[in-house]
Design a protein around this ligand. Structure first.
Ligand code: CTP
Length: 290
């Protein structure tokens, strides 16, 4: 029944401690969570520890209230089409080499899973990443370079209600990618001339129709607030999610993130360090409050 379910799925595990602590259970729960399912279990430390047998089913009243809350606001993205750019872009130097960056795509995929679990139809325009999206509401369009990402976005954005620009797009690309592998034996050291890549977020900002929402990210190392506010205006975004590389556990290749969200109306929200899935939920809650 689960395997063919297309609706959001809630799971309330109930089993004895040995079963619960078994690695196969742990892995399955992690997988189910990453597919956008909702796991309902007692929060640790909620009761005196001798009462909380791990694996104990959550109290039925709590399960019912989680479902109540979900149907109140949880499906608030039903009928919406959301496009999310994610991951790095690879800019070709020659047939075997590229310019890229350390983006893992985890933040963008976490937002996709969260949005799909709230009923949205999601398209990820994804640079090369090691992640898979298995939720039936998530479609992945694979691209490699910034130019390919731009083309896919220009095609998909007109039918979207919301676009979230999470990708770490390379700012420059080699001007003349070589057809053949550049050899080590060279008379001079090779010089790679670069050209500027298109700004995908700004291009969509200029295409944006009334009612469409555009969300950007800003990864900063210094002057965080003024840089983020500048990007918010320059790219015609509705809000921007800023993460600072000065915060340990934020940014690239981590499972956690710490963000500040700036809204066009001047509002600003500071969040604690959280898992990327929880950050995704904060981003969507903020988006829905615009
Ligand atoms: N972005 C984009 N296309 C680009 C560059 C950035 O769509 N060519 C998007 C990113 O996905 C992000 C936002 O624009 O949502 C800001 O990206 P960032 O790299 O922080 O900003 P840049 O405009 O590239 O400025 P800089 O690298 O100088 O900080």
């Amino acid at each position: 029944t689960y395997l063919s379910a297309k609706a959001p799925v809630f799971i309330a595990p109930a089993m004895d401690l040995d079963m619960f602590a078994h690695p196969s259970t742990t892995r399955n729960l992690e997988l189910l969570r990453s597919y956008g399912n909702h796991i309902i279990e007692p929060a640790s430390g909620e009761l005196a520890s001798h009462l909380v047998g791990k694996g104990r089913m959550e109290e039925p009243e709590v399960i019912a209230s989680v479902l109540d809350r979900f149907f109140d606001c949880g499906m608030s993205l039903a009928g919406k089409h959301i496009m999310i750019t994610a991951g790095p872009t690879y800019e070709k130097i020659d047939p075997v080499r590229f310019i890229g960056n350390y983006s893992s795509g985890k933040m963008g995929y976490a937002i996709a899973v969260e949005a799909a679990s709230r009923g949205a139809d999601v398209t990820i325009v994804s640079g090369p990443v090691a992640l898979k999206a298995v939720n039936p509401r998530i479609k992945v369009v694979d691209v490699e370079s910034a130019r390919e990402m731009l083309e896919a976005c220009e095609r998909i954005f007109p039918s979207c209600d919301i676009a979230i620009m999470c990708a770490a797009v390379a700012d420059y690309a080699p001007a003349h990618p070589a057809d053949r592998k550049i050899k080590r034996e060279h008379n001079d050291l090779p010089v790679i001339e670069l050209v500027k890549n298109p700004d995908i977020a700004a291009t969509l900002g200029a295409m944006k129709k009334p009612g469409q929402r555009l969300v950007g990210f800003a990864l900063e190392t210094d002057n965080e607030m003024s840089n983020a506010l500048h990007k918010l205006k320059a790219k015609n975004l509705n809000m921007i999610v800023m993460n600072s590389l000065r915060d340990k556990g934020a940014g690239f290749r981590t499972d956690t993130n710490k963000v500040t969200i700036y809204k066009l109306d001047g509002g600003e929200l500071h969040f604690d360090m959280k898992s990327k899935r929880e950050v995704a939920s904060d981003i969507i809650d903020t988006l829905l409050s615009l």
